[in-house]
Design a binder for this molecule. Structure first.
Ligand code: NAD
Ligand code: MG
Length: 392
């Protein structure tokens, strides 16, 4: 029996996690679930999974949460605020934490779980992109086990040898990590029409059903860029160790290429419950409720290289990865502001990458040695990005 906390339970990953957990009532006990804004959904979830604590991220939502908790005759205790998020992520009773808050808001609660030495099921890629070495060092110090939930990194994890040594590809006879991505909804759209793209079009991913921020990131391929950086930190890779491969069907979730000519791939239907179940059950395999791949009806698998003109954000992120921590922290912050502005119809689709690039160009790379500094860099980059949004 594992006791778990789900940070960001009301989101796409959070809901899929609760779905897998509900299939295994004898294996998992829910300690706490957290959410932001969708209070009624959170209360219903707490009721269904018998969470001991329900946490709303903002104190503004506390009264509403209490009222609804009474209305639903909830037995969970209701808490609110940033500190409470960190507490339920690090409480001694908790074995594993699903880190599935979106964006920089996930950094501190995820780090609290890492520092407390939990098994951390990492979906919140932004926290690792923002804090890189600090995050990994904190895990080494506390003994926290980081299990990748992002489907590509989960696939790579599954394709690596069991005795893989962090950062040492040569020792395992690995020549390349092949990071696959579908190319999103605009892989073939006429480039001249990109300025007219609407939030609804950008959020309509052909293969995956996800939250709005990551959906836009998938459409610009910033998501693949963030994943490139995420892979470097998770496995100790250098940028040259990774090749990004377009694979529109999202059947292969990533691959590891070995020096003897072998390539090991992980395949499956595009359903996040597979990597989530892998993380929850690890090292055991548990039922995820995912339909098996049907090789009788499987369509062609195709591959190509992403075009730089179509996906400038991907290449900005790879450059930032080469530049170092301060650049990736700033890029992540700028991108969050730009994507939010796009989703609120304040800027056009092509402006996202322009703002990201302009923010990066405003600053010189600096060494990063504390989380305090990460938060400061994040704040500065957001201010510059917001000013650029104002300009339109
Ligand atoms: P989502 O928008 O559906 O859900 C986000 C969750 O975070 C919600 O529970 C929301 O209440 C919470 N949240 C939002 N703002 C918050 C704040 N300020 N403070 C505290 N909580 C806040 O997002 P998602 O698609 O589930 O993605 C979650 C994370 O997982 C992201 O980092 C994303 O990149 C990653 N991820 C998602 C998928 C996917 O298929 N959805 C796949 C791989 C990785
Ligand atoms: Mg992914």
């Amino acid at each position: 029996m594992q006791t778990i906390t789900i940070l960001g339970a009301t989101g796409s990953i959070g809901q899929s996690t609760l779905d897998v957990v509900a299939r295994h009532p004898d294996d998992f006990r829910v300690f706490a679930i957290t959410g932001h804004r969708q209070v009624e959904l959170l209360v219903k979830q707490a009721k269904a999974c018998h969470a001991r604590y329900l946490v709303v991220a903002s104190d503004d939502d506390y009264e509403q949460a209490l009222t609804l908790a009474r209305q639903y005759e909830l037995s969970s205790e209701v808490l609110s605020g940033k500190r409470a998020l960190e507490e339920v992520a690090s409480a001694p009773e908790v074995d594993a934490v699903m880190a599935s808050i979106v964006g920089a808001a996930g950094l501190e609660p995820t780090l609290a779980a890492v520092k407390a030495g939990k098994r951390v099921l990492l979906a919140n890629k932004e926290s690792l992109v923002m804090s890189g070495a600090l995050f990994i060092d904190a895990a080494k110090q506390s003994g926290a086990e980081i299990l990748p939930i992002d489907s590509e990194h989960n696939a790579i994890f599954q394709c690596l040898p069991a005795d893989f040594e962090y950062g040492n590809l040569a020792a395992s006879g690995i020549s390349k990590i092949l990071l696959t991505g579908s190319g999103g909804p605009f892989r073939e759209r006429e480039l001249a029409t990109f300025a007219e793209i609407t939030p609804e079009q950008a959020c309509a991913h052909p293969n995956w059903d996800m939250g709005r921020k990551i959906s836009v990131d998938s459409a610009t391929m910033m998501n693949k860029g963030l994943e490139f950086i995420e892979a470097c930190w998770l496995f100790g890779l250098a940028p040259d160790d990774i090749q990004v491969v377009l694979h529109p069907q999202s059947t292969i979730h990533s691959m590891v290429q070995y020096i003897d000519g072998s390539v090991i791939a992980q395949l499956g239907n595009p359903d996040m419950r597979t990597p989530i179940a892998y993380g929850l059950g690890y090292p055991r395999r548990i039922n995820a409720g995912v339909a098996p791949l049907d090789f009788a009806t499987l369509k062609d698998l195709s591959f190509s290289t992403p075009d730089q003109n179509r996906f400038p954000n991907l290449y900005l992120a790879i450059d930032a990865c080469r530049s170092g921590q301060s650049a990736t922290t700033r890029l992540n912050a700028a991108n969050e502001i730009a994507v939010d502005a796009f989703l609120n119809n304040r800027i056009g689709f092509t402006r996202i990458a322009q703002i990201n690039e302009e923010v990066l160009n405003r600053f010189e790379p600096t060494a990063v040695s504390s989380i305090q500094q990460v938060l400061e860099l994040d704040k500065q980059a957001r201010m510059v990005a917001l000013a650029l949004v104002e300009e339109g």
